[in-house]
Design a binder for this molecule. Structure first.
Ligand SMILES: NC(=O)C1=CN([C@@H]2O[C@H](COP(=O)(O)OP(=O)(O)OC[C@H]3O[C@@H](n4cnc5c(N)ncnc54)[C@H](O)[C@@H]3O)[C@@H](O)[C@H]2O)C=CC1
Ligand SMILES: O=C(O)CCC(=O)C(=O)O
Length: 395
């Protein structure tokens, strides 16, 4: 099988795929796509593609709705780069408290003569404040936000978190000393530092806008390592110019930000560590290989996870709309071909569902029939047949 890649994907992921028999960027139709931040919204994704995997957390660069309708699962690698983002957020917090960049520039300017005298007598302009006993507001307590919130406690900060969609899985990772706010307003009003760790969605477009900035404490600092359009940058600059906001640190460049000396911009490097790139690429490669060879879905953002050992000779993966009477129609098609179902798993999430069937007999010549007949059912979006190589050696 052939995998098309975009962006610099760590060799850990590429090596894994090659070791498992895949070609990378071969001159033939792609079976899967592996990418980081490439914007796929304006690219044509060929029908040969069965899965798209984002080595990373955010997937707003992928046309998920279109792919869902085509029965193509999209995957991400939750948590794979969360530690990297946490550590850079800590750096941002410290840069928001201490004028480190200005102080470094100043040290470089005083070369020659009695350097030590000039630095010692002029360093007063580089006095900062401490994070200890200040309040940090964390918006979004997922993989990144929960880590940021927890580490801030060890600085002696008071931490208030806000995440109305916190899953039971994630909730246990959040230290019990973190206050859970009932509203974002509560966080904004009480925090000396606000850091945002939420996905970019239509709903979260300009989540931090002029109204929310107005609710913030005077002289607070804002940190955005999520996505550019989650903060209304123009409103942030206006708040900085009005001396409402003290500082804005963001991982996302925007022309409107360049003229303010109260802004620090990094070039989307939150997840750019060797460790995070290796971990995310390997997770992505494993998830892609698992889906393409067994039909197991792990960490999909548009189809439900089904992850079971492949113990039968064949499997059929049916991706379909989440509407009534699908299982009845699917099992009827299999029964009409006089085939026996060993196991059936079905799960749904939102508008889409996945049914995975295990079979031990599929006479030669029936492969195409069963796939075509299942694909002909109304509301079926895609059908894939998987052969278990360990149980089909003699074929
Ligand atoms: N700068 C960089 O290089 C990186 C940026 N990111 C960005 O950070 C985002 C968060 O990453 P993770 O923590 O790994 O994702 P995650 O999916 O583990 O957590 C996101 C959390 O945000 C919450 N949330 C969504 N909308 C919210 C809202 N309006 N208010 C409060 N909470 C809300 C969700 O319930 C979820 O718990 C990603 O979606 C991505 O855009 C992630 C990794 C690297
Ligand atoms: O370095 C990258 O690939 C970007 C990471 C990122 O933004 C994400 O994981 O959402």
């Amino acid at each position: 099988m052939n995998i098309k890649t975009y962006n610099a994907i760590s060799h850990t992921g590429l090596d894994y795929l090659k070791e498992h028999g895949y070609q990378i960027n071969a001159d033939k139709p792609a079976d899967g796509i592996l990418l980081r931040s490439q914007d796929l919204h304006h690219e044509t994704i060929p029908n040969s593609v069965k899965a798209v995997v984002r080595a990373g957390a955010g997937f707003n660069n992928i046309p998920v709705d279109d792919l869902s309708k085509r029965g193509i699962p999209v995957f991400n690698t939750p948590g794979g780069n969360a530690n990297a983002v946490k550590e850079l957020t800590v750096a941002a917090l410290i840069m928001a408290a201490r004028p480190i960049i200005g102080a470094i520039d100043f040290s470089k300017e005083v070369r020659g003569g009695d350097v030590s005298l000039r630095t010692e007598s002029n360093k007063g302009g580089y006095r900062g404040t401490e994070l200890y006993e200040k309040t940090l507001g964390v918006i979004g307590l997922g993989n990144v936000g929960s880590k940021v919130a927890n580490i801030a406690l060890s600085f002696g900060m008071k931490v208030i978190g806000y995440d109305p969609g916190l899953s039971a899985n994630t909730a246990w990772r959040v230290d019990r000393h973190i206050t859970h706010a009932k509203s974002v307003e509560e966080v904004l009003k009480e925090s000396d530092y606000v850091t945002v760790h939420i996905p970019y969605t239509e709903k979260n477009h300009h989540f931090i806008d002029a109204d929310k900035l107005a609710m913030m404490k005077d002289n607070a600092a804002l940190i955005n390592f999520s996505r550019g359009s989650i903060v209304d940058d123009e409103a942030a600059v206006a708040a900085l110019n009005a001396d409402k906001l003290r500082m804005f640190i963001t991982d996302f460049s925007n022309d409107v930000l360049f003229d303010s000396d109260k802004v620090i911009i990094t070039p989307h490097i939150g997840g750019s560590t060797v460790e995070a790139e290796d971990t995310s690429a390997l997770m992505a490669a494993k998830q892609l290989d698992d889906y393409l060879t067994t039909g197991n879905i792990v960490n999909s953002v548009n189809y439900p996870d089904i992850n079971e050992p492949f113990t039968s000779k064949y499997r059929l993966g049916v991706l379909h709309n989440n509407v009534p009477n699908m299982i009845g129609q699917i099992t009827k098609v299999v029964g009409e071909l006089n085939l026996n179902i060993e196991e059936l798993s079905n799960r749904a999430v939102g508008d889409y569902a996945y049914t995975l069937l295990a079979l031990n007999q599929l006479p030669k010549g029936q492969e195409e029939n069963i796939v075509d007949n299942l694909a002909a059912i109304e509301n079926v979006l895609n059908v894939e047949l998987y052969q278990n190589p360990d149980l089909n050696k003699e074929k």
